[in-house]
Design a protein. Structure first.
Lengths: 190, 200
């Protein structure tokens, strides 16, 4: 019995080591680092495809989005702060889209962690979210970005196809125009 | 080299299972105030009701200060009871805030939601205040401890309720029971789907 337990512990430790990249809690993306690979389902909606500059395939990766800067909001329909800040994020999108000098340079997406397609759609409808929302029902993307609390914003700049993080922070923002100014400054677009 | 038995392998897998925390996308609204738990036994009670039974009536105090009886909705509203295990825990804190934004879906299905835990009123008050304005009654099954949860057979051996959804029609008949894995949140679409069935 004692030997069985010892073997069990040995196997447990060994299994932990070999599964570390998958099961360990990773850290949130650090500024200056390269964003870990995130694969998303290709939107069915043609407006979203056009917005992101995508056309073919069942899936796509973040750097394939045709723009220079991408703001990713990690959210959940079950998150009170995400609900409270939804209209401010919509405003950020509209400010960017209404500026001809910015609309092709900055894109905004949301990733609804732990939400099913239905739940993400409830959030989108409830707050009239105009930008693409992707569900992460099994928390797989959430794990990749360090199981952050929500909302969490990640700003990345695409340089030669490499997505480099320039902003990575938990919590919403007070004013959309001020947040945009910060994004422009940190990304080097301004 | 010693031969490793399947029993050894199983021991390892079991240990790994209990060491691995459940994933949840917790809101920043709760800051560092959530008490984190390891994976718990998925269910730990024996149901005392079944689909087709008349739902046991109860009267419980709400955080709004009134007492609410299940029977008040008889003939008027379909009822969804959401039992959750405990305030200030990860999955529970990530469940009712979602229901806060779907009043329209409940209204459309002529239904009310009753949220119940075995926590006392002050604890429930402080906890749900972090969730914004909840439109549904939040009820305390604190004393006699877990009596209502026990009457439905969803009181766990450690004294907290299961994470359970019970749908009751306007006649007071139980139409759906989901004693869910305590470590996971039930999908909203499963609740809505059951409500929609009541109106067909």
């Amino acid at each position: 019995m004692k030997r069985t337990l010892i073997h069990g512990i040995v196997i447990a430790v060994f299994s932990l080591i070999i599964t570390l990249p998958v099961s360990a809690v990773t850290q949130p993306p650090a500024t200056g680092s390269v964003l870990p690979e995130i694969k998303l389902t290709m939107p069915v909606n043609n407006d979203y495809k056009n917005y992101l500059g995508l056309s073919r395939g069942d899936f796509f990766k973040i750097p394939q989005i045709k723009t220079r800067v991408i703001i990713i909001e990690i959210l959940s329909m079950y998150c009170p702060h995400c609900q409270a800040s939804a209209l401010k994020v919509n405003e950020l999108y509209r400010i960017i889209e209404s500026n001809p000098a910015l609309k092709d340079k900055i894109k905004l997406i949301g990733i609804a962690v732990g939400n099913s397609t239905y739940e993400a759609e409830v959030f989108r409808e409830r707050y009239n979210v105009p930008f693409p929302l992707f569900e992460d029902g099994d928390f797989s993307i959430h794990k990749v970005v360090g199981e952050v609390r929500t909302p969490y914003f990640i700003g990345i700049k695409i340089d030669d196809g490499v997505p480099r993080v320039f902003y990575s922070k938990v919590g919403g923002f007070e004013k959309a125009d001020e947040f945009l100014e910060l994004v422009l400054k940190l990304s080097g677009l301004k | 080299m010693k031969k490793i038995s399947y029993l050894n392998l199983l021991s390892g897998i079991v240990i790994i299972f209990f060491l691995t925390a459940t994933a949840y996308g917790l809101s920043d609204v709760f800051k560092e105030n959530i008490y984190h738990l390891k994976n718990l036994k998925p269910t730990d009670s024996v149901l005392k009701v079944k689909v087709g039974d008349n739902a046991p009536d109860f009267t419980l105090p709400s955080i709004a200060g009134e007492k609410i009886s299940l029977s008040r909705y008889s003939g008027k509203k379909n009822v969804v009871i959401s039992f959750v295990p405990a305030a200030w825990t990860p999955v529970c804190s990530d469940q009712w805030p979602g229901y806060a934004i779907v009043k329209g879906i409940f209204d459309k299905n002529d239904a009310i939601l009753l949220g119940i835990t075995v926590d006392n009123i002050p604890t429930l008050f402080a906890w749900t205040n972090q969730m914004g304005k909840l439109w549904f009654p939040v009820l305390s099954d604190f004393w006699p401890h877990g009596k209502v949860a026990d009457s439905y057979g969803v009181l766990r051996s450690d004294g907290v309720a299961e994470r359970a959804i019970i749908v009751i029609d306007k006649k007071g008949v139980i139409r759906y029971i989901d004693v869910h894995d305590i470590n996971e949140r039930p999908r909203l679409e499963s609740i809505v789907g059951e409500l929609e069935k009541l109106n067909k």
